[in-house]
Design a protein around this ligand. Structure first.
Ligand code: NDP
Length: 276
């Protein structure tokens, strides 16, 4: 069994970005993150993104808005950033408070500044097989698989979770790589049998240690996207101890997909700068 070490690869990617950014004379590429409210998990993610963006050499701004911010005020903030010369990437931290229509917000970010890849234009491009900005978590998963030369073409990939953030875009990315993809969700019948057929199994359900070794085909590649907070600890959807005995490759939690997600966000921001 081999560990798919997202922390190391993320560091390597950030170092490459740091070198590229140091060669840019004049204003550096800019990333703006908007956080509405003070959800503790979102606070942690946003601070981490800000810290790493600065470390690499980006201009980084965080716009913290109160949780009762109106949809109109949030749209105005996005509009200002859409027009800002020094901002190349805009990210609205999810989830948003319930009184805000997430779809309206995702539509408002300029597609060329949409470094999260959630604008319909960017999702449509991915679906058509010529992506521009790919959502960061699926992009990070693919990059990690490629780094370790995991064969994807012709393999059966089973994805647990069909969210717009992970499962759906990942299904298209893997299809583009010629995998045969099955997308599972809470209404899937016999989840275990689906998992047992997977050469590559990716779990993004948010169900702590739900998948144990009995779900796994011998030699499967197992990717754990889940982040579940339990008793001050973060654990994934995969029961690492039992599954690692059967898998050929496995991601740890933490240290797997989380750091890859941030690395892809920073890469997308440099790409947005270059496109401009
Ligand atoms: P969502 O809650 O939006 O989606 C969860 C998905 O899992 C849904 O499609 C749901 O099905 C499915 N699901 C839930 N329970 C089961 C079950 N028992 N059997 C089969 N399918 C099930 O979550 P996200 O996609 O936003 O996130 C998923 C997990 O990944 C979370 O733990 C989150 O914290 C983590 N995450 C980690 C990231 C990282 O960088 N490492 C980035 C983004 C997310 P249905 O659609 O039918 O409800």
């Amino acid at each position: 069994m081999k560990i798919l070490d997202g922390s190391s690869l993320s560091k390597k990617i950030r170092e490459t970005l740091r070198k590229k950014l140091s060669k840019i004379s004049g204003p550096k590429p800019g990333l703006a993150v908007i956080l509405v409210g003070s959800d503790p998990a979102s606070e942690i993610y946003v601070s981490k993104k800000e810290k790493l963006a600065k470390e690499v050499g980006f201009h980084s701004e965080v716009h913290r808005l109160p949780k009762d911010t109106s949809q109109n005020d949030l749209l105005k903030c996005i509009e200002t950033l859409n027009g800002a010369q020094n901002i190349h990437g805009i990210l609205v931290q999810m989830p948003l408070p319930k009184h805000i229509d997430t779809q309206a917000i995702l539509h408002a970010v300029l597609p060329n500044k949409d470094v999260d890849g959630f604008h319909p234009t960017n999702l449509g491009r991915l679906m058509m097989g010529h992506p521009r900005f790919v959502p960061c978590t699926p992009a990070g998963i693919l990059r990690l698989l490629k780094e370790y030369q995991v064969e994807i073409s012709g393999k059966k990939a089973v994805i647990l979770g069909r969210s717009l953030i992970v499962g759906k875009p990942l299904a298209h990315l893997l299809l583009n790589e010629n995998a045969t993809v099955t997308l599972c969700h809470s209404k899937t019948k016999n989840l275990k049998a689906e998992c047992q057929s997977a050469d590559i199994l990716i779990s993004a359900m948010g169900k702590p240690a739900h998948i144990d070794a009995s779900f796994i085909k011998e030699g499967a590649v197992v990717i754990d996207v889940g982040i579940n907070r339990m008793n001050q600890k973060i654990i994934g959807d995969i029961d690492f101890n039992s599954v690692s005995k059967k898998a050929s490759f496995i991601t740890p939690v933490p240290g797997g997909i989380g750091p890859m997600t941030i690395a892809m966000l920073l890469e997308n921001t440099l790409k947005a700068f270059e496109i401009k």
